[in-house]
Design a protein around this ligand. Structure first.
Ligand code: UT7
Length: 325
């Protein structure tokens, strides 16, 4: 019998209270950095973001999101036999954040590892977990996107620090005789590494390189719009479907202008695009599962719907996963 994987539960978690643009602008002004609600909304559509407190880690956000996804699936931690966690902001160099989530949930023994593909991380993690389930390596997988991106922001760079937020989203992917995940496609082009990166590390007890995110926003914007279009078409075609059969498009939530332009190029009405960037800002690998969970819980996404999830980000990486819910 052919084995597929399908999403049987979603969950998400955002830390603390939202910080709106006005509040952020006031905080930055105290350090001589000038920005405004007007600029941020006009250029990005972002109105607020969530920022983790100093003691809150990526694995803690991930664990909360995972618990909610398990509840939604009606499963216990002990039922999980695979944890794949997408992040660029793990708690430590090692062990992986996935292993820390496993410990917190109390699911010892199952495979657990992190995936690092920046803002494409969640679709990379979904494609990986789907392949492991179809190969018979797992039956119930937790797939998580979680970030504390605020930790790698340069708060003196107004061109980047207003764009990002912290959070986590998760799904339970379960082996099933019915698909589920219909197709996925992943890509990377490392020749563009310099347009979006955090080019630092720890070495010999010191920070080496530049430990803060830097971005050529316009170069990223241009590439993002092109690849989100091409990989959506490629993935839908791989599933043998037409773009018209997509009920919901969930692109990486970086900029509302990118979301609108992607939908327009694909000929999809804007009402079929799930938008959370206004409320969450850009949460990198967490953005797609956060948006998915929001639209499942508010009743927009229903069983049988075709949901196309797309990631794009540092690397340069991009990819898409098409799921029948
Ligand atoms: O998650 C990975 C994927 N990331 C993305 O997809 C991000 C893609 N890029 C973007 O979304 C946009 O390029 C940005 C939102 C980052 C920037 O928008 P833009 O329309 O490309 O603006 P810009 O960088 O060309 O800056 C325009 C002006 C500049 O001033 P001058 O040189 O025209 O006088 C900036 O200095 O806006 C200024 N500026 C700001 N002003 C107020 C930059 N940041 C700010 C700010 N507040 N926060």
């Amino acid at each position: 019998m052919t084995v597929y994987s399908r999403i049987v539960g979603t969950g998400s978690y955002l830390p603390g209270e939202p910080v709106d643009n006005e509040t952020l602008a006031r905080r930055l002004a105290a350090d001589g950095i000038e920005t405004s609600d007007e600029w941020i909304v006009a250029r990005t559509g972002i109105r607020q973001r969530y920022l983790a407190g100093p003691d809150v880690t990526t694995s803690q956000l991930a664990t909360e999101a995972a618990r909610r996804a398990l509840d939604a699936a009606g499963l216990q931690a002990g039922d999980i036999d695979l944890i794949v966690l997408a992040t660029s902001t793990p708690d430590w160099v090692f062990p992986s954040a996935a292993c820390l989530v496993q410990k917190a949930l109390g699911a010892p023994g199952c495979a657990a590892f992190d995936v690092q593909a920046v803002c494409s991380g969640f679709v990379y993690a979904m494609a990986t977990a789907d392949a492991l389930i179809r190969a018979g390596n797992a039956r119930n997988a937790l797939v998580i996107g979680a970030e504390t991106f605020s930790r790698i922001l340069d708060w003196s760079d107004r061109g980047t620090c207003v764009l990002f937020g912290d959070g986590a989203g998760a799904v339970v992917l379960q082996a099933s005789p019915e698909p589920g995940i219909l197709a996925s496609r992943l890509h990377a082009d490392g020749s563009h590494e310099s347009i979006l990166r955090t080019a630092g590390n720890v070495s010999g007890g010191n920070i080496t390189g530049h430990p803060f995110l830097t971005m050529d926003g316009q170069a990223v914007f241009k590439l993002a719009v092109g690849v989100l279009d091409s990989v959506a078409r490629e993935t839908v075609a791989a599933a043998g479907l037409e773009l018209g059969s997509i009920d919901w498009l969930i692109p990486h939530q970086a900029n509302v202008r990118i979301l609108k332009s992607t939908a327009k190029k694909l000929g999809l009405p804007p009402e079929r695009v799930v938008v959370t960037v206004d409320r969450h800002a850009n949460t990198s690998a967490a953005s797609v599962p956060l948006a998915l969970d929001a639209a499942v819980r508010d009743g927009r996404i229903r069983p049988g719907h075709h949901v196309l999830m797309e990631g794009v980000g540092g690397g340069f990486t991009w990819g898409a996963v098409l799921a029948r819910m």
